[in-house]
Design a binder for this molecule. Sequence first.
Ligand code: PLP
Length: 485
Amino acid sequence: MIQDKLRELEQSSSKLNSNLTERSHLQQAAIEYANRFYESQPEEKAYREFNESVKNLLNEPIDEEAGEVEVILRELENGVVRPGLNTVSGRHFGYIPGGGLASSAIGDFLAAVTNRYAGVYASSPGAVVVETRLINWMSDLVGYGEGSGGYLSSGGSHANLTALVTARDSAELKAADYSKAVIYLTQQTHHCVDRALNIAGMKESKRRYIPMDDRFRMIPSELVRSIEQDRNDGLIPWVVVASAGSTDTGAIDPLDKIGGIARENGLWYHVDAAYGGFFILTDDGKEKLKGIEKSDSVVMDPHKGLFLPYGTGALIVKDVKKLAEAHRFSANYMKDADVKSGIYSPAEISPELSKHFRGLRMWLPLKLHGVKRFRDALEEKQLLARYLWEKMKTVDDIEVGPEPQLSIFMFRWNPESGESNVLNRELHKSLLKEGRFFLSTTEVDGRFFFRVAILSVRTHQREVDELLSTIQEKIKVIKPNDGSA
Ligand SMILES: Cc1ncc(COP(=O)(O)O)c(C=O)c1O
């Protein structure tokens, strides 16, 4: 009886484990789709407007019976991939562009095929060593040296959260201290830092937004003043967060000076280099990021600066023991994993246990292409930003923000007549409608600004020139009605 049932179940369930013919069919279809996708990118839109019909998928049945790969891929292409932002487009200049490397996608494919248990050395020493190698490489880039360590996270938000939890535990703050603990940051700091404090249970901690100079960088003397004031008021100055490339304006805080102040005052020094960190590969970036080595922890996102697909951030801590202390655990069922290897397993120094083998999507491209190509690509993005900023500066009625420190700057259309915010919103609407380019926007003192963020691996001079001419053409068409016509 049981035997019959087992036979019947095996017959059905073994279909999950496709045979060579079935697998080849699926792979062929997926590769054809991927190649079509890549080849279409030079002319593909950067953004497609969408309406409520995208939600139709919510009513699609998840069928009991098997589906056809061609039908499913068509659904993926039309219903899932097309609407909204095309993040791998070279004409994506919004937020922080990321992704696009085919070699990384293949790395991910192999990571999923082999499914190594990347969280624990005893289970998958190779996967843990690869991840550790990558972390050590990043640690060398920022100049940390011996005793440092970290892990590959899902992204910058996750890495900033674990950095702050480590800083909290390192300062031995207890719940009763939280309302007196002070974090120093600026209005340019990414919002995930504020959210991390809330998630870490520190909602009532004090945030001090330190004034910035005209290039949106923290003013060190104001930081000192604020720390002294808080100490005199009986508060606990605890952590300072500097941005090494802020999201909105690409501003780099004076990392070296802030490092000195943090040390003198016994503060944990955290640098959010999620966007800007990998520019340290270039000569100019290295110069601009000087002082980053003074930090206690740093976040840098390979899914930004190394053009990897989303889901790859990194936290590096100068004293890895502090990271381990903040993530200490014990469980009877994990005793076998407790192997003395001299290498921290990601599971010991991060919140994850069963972990995606993220290292492979980063290791494969680095090995395959070599670091020089990444350095050149990053230098190219920096130069493109500078080039476009210089050009925009000379265009009538365009006001540009501060010169780009890395590869981000702001601009707005500011004609003599017409309400600038209204006109810029109209320009933005028109860009989205056409969809050839994608730009995101921000506000500075109530004034609307476009941001230009150049970090797509597919953005080259052609895309940048075309962006400028498109904006100029659109401005001519929208033209404010100044009554003289
Ligand atoms: C400076 C900075 N920090 C943190 C983050 C958050 O990173 P993620 O989106 O990978 O969670 C971003 C995202 O753009 C960022 O630009």
